[in-house]
Design a protein around this ligand. Structure first.
Ligand SMILES: [Zn+2]
Length: 322
């Protein structure tokens, strides 16, 4: 197994805007004397390309398109290589985000699969996730999103879940208290998914002893593809109620807001612009009104590049109302 299970990140200054308690999040997003009576706002943002650098590229783009939260890859999303990062850009990004109250997240590469029957894939998954946690810590991100994976072959689910436990627990145990959380993102249910939709989350979290460094990232397209009735009136509220009932009130740390090109239960993961797909606009209204989403960042991963993100962020802000 790779030797990288302990993110040996240096100490860094206390985080000012990201992470922390629900109260800190509320304070970061709702300011002013009247804010106390209001529910904390959900910062709205987008997954963004790093471009010429985290500070020069991603942060500037985020501000330009009106994002209040952003998610980045810290390396090639379709490869295993560890990207070193640029210390100057890391530091600049961290302080710019802190000053602006910008909430930052890192998404791990797509190839990561802790349920893989291929030893090299498992080893590389451990290595790159640990590396992404170190990078996230260095840039002041509050969470690292990881897909919950698949056992690939039928009938190997039990072995795969044991693998998830044995490979992820040491990584989680090695994280310092102020390190980013590892956010589990359930899949669309394709192949032999280990966790799709919200119903599989309790078993997955239990396999990791409900570790305190864990959280959940809910992707609206994924849960819809896995069968959740987000296209029905009340269906999104019901799905979020169910998430809370199954995992507890504080597990949801990030939402990937994506509409879907495919119908409910398709098991296909093809994102569509907000309100323009099979999920439709009402789901995002229910989403942004749900108490479990109060103060939780909502980022789009919709097609069409940065200009489309700008429009989707504006659409979600209109729904949010302020
Ligand atoms: Zn997603």
């Amino acid at each position: 197994m790779a030797s990288s299970a302990s993110p040996d990140a240096p100490a860094r200054p206390a985080r000012s805007a990201g992470g922390g308690s629900a109260r800190a999040r509320a304070a970061a997003t709702a300011r002013g004397p009247r804010a106390r009576a209001r529910r904390p706002l959900s910062p709205i943002g987008s997954h963004l390309p790093v471009g010429p650098g985290l500070a020069r590229g991603a942060f500037r783009t985020a501000v330009d398109i009106g994002a209040e939260a952003l998610q980045v890859f810290v390396g090639n999303p379709r490869g295993w290589a560890r990207a070193a990062g640029d210390p100057g850009q890391d530091e600049a990004f961290r302080s710019l985000c802190a000053d602006a109250g910008m909430r930052a997240f890192v998404h791990t590469p797509y190839l990561v699969n802790f349920g893989s029957p291929t030893p090299a894939t498992l080893e590389r998954s451990v290595d790159i996730v640990a590396h992404n946690l170190v990078r996230a810590y260095a840039i002041g991100a509050e969470g690292v999103v990881v897909h919950t994976g698949s056992c690939v072959a039928e009938g190997s689910r039990e072995v795969a879940m044991r693998q998830v436990r044995e490979s992820l627990l040491p990584i989680l145990d090695a994280l310092p208290e102020d390190a980013p959380s590892l956010l589990l993102e359930p899949a669309a249910g394709q192949g032999q998914s280990l966790c799709s939709g919200v119903d599989d989350l309790p078993a997955y979290l239990a396999a990791l002893d409900g570790h305190p460094r864990l959280g959940v990232c809910l992707d609206t397209c994924h849960v819809f593809a896995a069968g959740a009735p987000l296209d029905a009136p009340g269906g999104t509220t019901e799905t979020l109620d169910r998430l809370v009932a199954l995992t507890g009130p504080d597990q949801l740390r990030l939402v990937h807001a994506n509409d879907s090109k495919d119908p409910r239960g398709s098991f296909r993961d093809r994102h569509e612009r907000i309100g323009r797909g099979q999920i439709g606009p009402r789901a995002f209204e229910e989403l942004l009104r749900h108490p479990a989403v109060a103060g939780v960042p909502v980022v789009v991963e919709t097609p069409g590049g940065v200009e489309a993100s700008r429009e989707d962020i504006a659409a979600l802000k209109r729904v949010r109302g302020r």
